[in-house]
Design a protein around this ligand. Structure first.
Ligand code: SF4
Ligand code: SF4
Length: 399
């Protein structure tokens, strides 16, 4: 069992982190967006669209979800007005940064007819230089997990690497926890740690509206030269610690991770899997919103003329029948087998594969499950009535 779910992405950035802490008045926050855009970054941040806070290009502070918060529960997400001018007064929405680093649909190459044969044309899409504005602690951990899977294994994903190498990260400490959050249980938040360039904490009361800025890299320090600021006082730094400590006390959910891996390995035939399967629609929403899920499939598409074909990579999910289809049929044809696969991977086999849980406690899978299935509730149900049905560590393949 990992003591800490968070492992830092090994970059020289993290190793050379300056210790500067500044304060920027909210009225001057536009200067940070301008400073990034002046360095040719496309700034992606939170914005309101279709009654949700999603990640898209932001060019101005006015694009941020000013004064909005989100109410989240099992299968429920609602935006509400806070009655103030908070810039980051919400938690996380349906989007994760995964959609930008590991796109849902990616063309890998094209083939064009060349006489009697085909010529393969590698895809040379120009990678934008991205700056992520508003990365939460759990999300920073999710990026670190995807780094481990997509960069640090035997075969690095070149497209992911290109996007990741150019990335500037402005993280944000959470000043409130959402109804489905449990990052404190997973040791992934709410305090931001890890590889960021700048980390913000918003302080907002009747008299003050400012952002405390912790500098994580030399590049972050350089960017701050273009933003009006002052040195943070001890009182500012204490306010940051107080805010994140209070947030940690108000998590909407908890998950007991004690011996969790072994618990799941020992309960592969627990009756709870049947029970949750009777509710699960196998819609795959939980995997689409999850910031760490990385399953994908590859499709070849040809046009009607036969002159042109292309190979496309798309997000897939362990909840689809096709995902585990091999000669003779799907390996996991029942909802029970698919839900068990997903949860056991997140909270057990992932530990053996990658050295951490595959869950950072962001709560998205709980909020966006149409029938309100809650991973913390499922793990608790198994813990409370552990049957130890599988005495040895083995995976059961069931049709
Ligand atoms: S757990 Fe919920 S979101 Fe996930 S596949 Fe089942 S019904 Fe869909
Ligand atoms: S499993 Fe659920 S709570 Fe955990 S990281 Fe994925 S979406 Fe977030």
């Amino acid at each position: 069992m990992p003591e800490n779910n968070h492992r830092k992405h090994k970059t020289s950035r993290a190793a050379t982190r300056p210790k500067a802490v500044f304060v920027v008045e909210a009225d001057h926050f536009q200067q940070l967006i301008d400073a990034l855009r002046a360095r040719a970054y496309q700034v992606i941040g939170p914005t309101v669209r279709d009654n949700a806070i999603v990640y898209d290009e932001v060019t101005s502070v006015a694009d941020l979800p000013i004064g909005y918060t989100d109410e989240q529960e099992k299968g429920t997400y609602r935006l509400q007005q806070r009655g103030d001018r908070a810039l980051f007064g919400y938690t996380v929405g349906p989007h994760s940064w995964k959609k930008l680093l590991y796109p849902p649909v990616l063309r890998l190459w094209q083939a064009v007819r060349n006489g009697n044969g085909f010529k393969i044309v590698p895809d040379q899409q120009k990678m934008p230089k991205l700056a992520f504005l508003g990365v939460r602690a759990c999300e920073l951990n999710a990026i670190a997990i995807q780094d481990r899977v997509l960069l640090e294994g035997a075969y690095a994903d070149p497209n992911y690497k290109q996007r990741r190498d150019n990335l500037f990260i402005v993280a944000v400490n959470c000043a409130q926890a959402g109804g489905t959050c449990f990052c404190a249980s997973m040791n992934t938040g709410p305090r931001v740690s890890g590889a960021y360039d700048l980390a913000l904490t918003e302080i907002l009361d009747a008299e003050t509206h400012l952002l405390v800025v912790e500098v994580g890299t030399a590049l972050g320090l350089k960017v701050m030269e273009d933003v009006q600021h002052r040195e943070a006082t001890e009182a500012d730094k204490e306010a940051v610690e107080r805010i994140v400590a209070e947030t940690a006390q108000h998590m909407g959910r908890t998950l007991d991770t004690t011996d969790l891996k072994d618990l799941l390995y020992q309960n592969t035939e627990h009756p709870r899997w049947e029970e949750v399967a009777s509710r699960c629609l196998t819609c795959a929403n939980c995997t689409m919103v999850c910031p760490t899920c990385f399953c994908m499939t590859v499709e070849d598409v040809t046009d009607l003329t036969g002159e042109h074909a292309e190979r496309v990579r798309k997000w897939d999910s362990c909840f689809t029948l096709d995902f585990s289809y091999i000669a003779g049929g799907s390996v996991r044809s029942s909802a029970k087998a698919r839900y068990r696969q997903w949860m056991t991977h997140k909270l057990a086999t992932w530990v053996d594969q990658f050295g951490s849980f595959g869950c950072v406690g962001c709560g998205r899978c709980i909020t966006w499950c149409p029938v309100g299935i809650d991973i913390t509730e499922e793990a608790r149900a198994i813990r409370e009535s552990s049957t130890t049905t599988s005495p040895t560590h083995k995976l059961v393949i069931e049709k």
